[in-house]
Write a protein that binds this ligand. Structure first.
Ligand code: UDP
Length: 315
C-alpha cells in the first residue's frame, strides 16, 4: 500500500516505518523534526520535512495514514497545556481534514494508556473509564473521540492503539529524546557513564516493593501490531486496542534487570514521587490478541532491556 507515516523520524514511528518498508509497502514519512531525527527515517522511505497541519501534498495517492506525530511528555503537558492541545488535537484535526479533502479514509492512530488516568482495576481493558490526569492523555483521548465521530459521520476507518510503556530497540533505532524522562533509557545512561545515578521516584506506593509498576512492551512487538491494525481498518468503524505485555515490573525490578544486563552496579537514589504517576499501570492486551492475532514475541523484560542496551552501547 501507499502509506503516510507522520512522526516517522521519532522512536516508535521510525520502527513502524522500517517494518512497513520491510513488508513491501511504499512509505512516505512526514515529520517536522521538532523531536525526531532525520537519520531515523528508514532507507527505502521517502522523507518530507513538514508539519501535520500542512500534510496536503504528502497525502497525494496515499491509501492510509499511520499517525505518530505528537508531543508526548506528561510533565511538559502540565506546564504547557496549550502546546499539547494545539499540536495533538489541533494538528490531528487538520490532518483529518486534509485526509478528507484527498479522499484518504484509513488511519492507524498512536494513542496511549494515559487516556485511562488512575485505573480502578488491573489489568486495564478497553471498556474501562477514560479519565486522563494530564493534558497529554486528555489531548490523545480527544483525538480518539474525534476518530469515533468521524467514523460515524464520514465513514472514516480508524484503529487506535493505546500503548503502555514502550521500550527496547529495533536494530539501531532506539529512544533518542533530547529530554529523556523514561525509566529504561535513563537507567542505561548510568551504565554508559552519561549519568551518575538514577532517581527512583517514590518508594511509598502500595506495591510489593513500594515503587511504581508498569507494563513494558518491546518496540518491535508494538510496531508489528500496527501492521495488523492496518489490515484491520474497516471504513465506518473506530476500533481501540490496548498494547502491553500484561505483566507489570516495578521500578526496582527494572533497575535490577538493567544491572544484570549491563554488568554495571547502577547507583539508584530514592527521591520523591513524580506528580501524576499512578501506582500500577498494566494492560490487558487480550482484545488485540483475540481479534487481530497479535502476540508479543520479545515479552521478557530482559530481552527488552538487552535490545535497548545493545543499541545504546553499540554506538
Ligand atoms: N521513573 C523513575 N525514575 C526515572 C524515570 C522514571 O523512577 O528516572 C519511574 C516513573 O515514576 C514511573 C516509571 O518509572 O513510575 C516509568 O516511568 P516512565 O517515564 O518510563 O513511563 P510512564 O509510566 O510515565 O509512561
Amino acid at each position: 500500500m501507499r502509506l503516510l507515516v507522520t512522526g516517522g523520524a521519532g522512536y516508535i514511528g521510525s520502527v513502524v516505518a522500517a517494518q512497513l518498508v520491510e513488508a513491501g509497502h511504499e512509505v512516505t514519512v512526514l515529520d517536522d523534526l521538532s523531536t525526531g531525527h532525520a537519520d531515523a527515517v528508514p532507507e527505502g522511505a521517502r522523507f518530507v520535512e513538514g508539519s501535520i497541519t500542512e500534510a496536503g501534498d504528502a497525502l497525494a495517492g496515499v491509501e492510509a495514514v499511520l499517525h505518530f506525530a505528537a508531543r508526548s511528555l506528561v510533565g511538559e503537558s502540565v506546564e504547557k497545556p496549550g502546546l499539547y492541545w494545539s499540536h495533538n488535537l489541533g494538528g490531528t484535526l487538520a490532518l483529518l481534514e486534509a485526509m478528507h479533502e484527498r479522499g484518504v479514509r484509513r488511519i492507524v492512530f498512536s494513542s496511549t494508556a494515559a487516556t485511562y488516568g488512575e485505573p480502578e482495576r488491573s489489568p486495564i481493558v478497553e471498556s474501562d473509564p477514560t479519565r486522563p490526569t494530564n493534558p497529554y492523555g486528555a489531548s490523545k483521548l480527544a483525538v480518539d473521540t474525534a476518530l469515533t465521530a468521524y467514523a460515524g459521520l464520514r465513514g472514516l476507518g480508524a484503529v487506535s492503539l493505546r500503548y503502555f510503556n514502550v521500550a527496547g530497540a529495533y536494530g539501531r533505532l532506539r529512544e533518542r529524546h533530547t529530554v529523556e524522562t523514561h525509566l529504561i533509557p535513563n537507567v542505561l545512561k548510568v551504565a554508559t557513564g552519561e549519568r551518575e545515578s538514577v532517581s527512583v521516584f517514590g518508594t511509598d506506593y502500595p506495591t510489593a516493593d513500594g515503587t511504581c509498576v508498569r507494563d513494558y512492551i518491546h518496540v518491535s512487538d508494538l510496531a508489528r501490531a500496527h501492521l495488523l491494525a492496518l489490515d484491520a481498518v474497516t471504513e465506518g468503524q473506530h476500533k481501540i486496542y490496548n498494547l502491553g505485555n500484561g505483566t507489570g515490573f516495578s521500578v526496582q525490578e527494572v533497575i535490577s534487570v538493567c544491572r544484570e544486563v549491563t554488568g554495571h552496579d547502577i547507583p539508584a537514589v530514592v527521591g520523591p514521587r513524580r506528580a501524576g504517576d499512578p501506582a500500577v499501570l498494566v494492560a490487558s492486551s487480550e482484545k488485540i490478541q483475540r481479534e487481530l492475532g497479535w502476540k508479543a514475541e520479545r515479552a521478557s523484560i530482559r530481552d527488552i532491556v538487552a535490545d535497548a542496551w545493545d543499541a545504546l552501547s553499540g554506538e
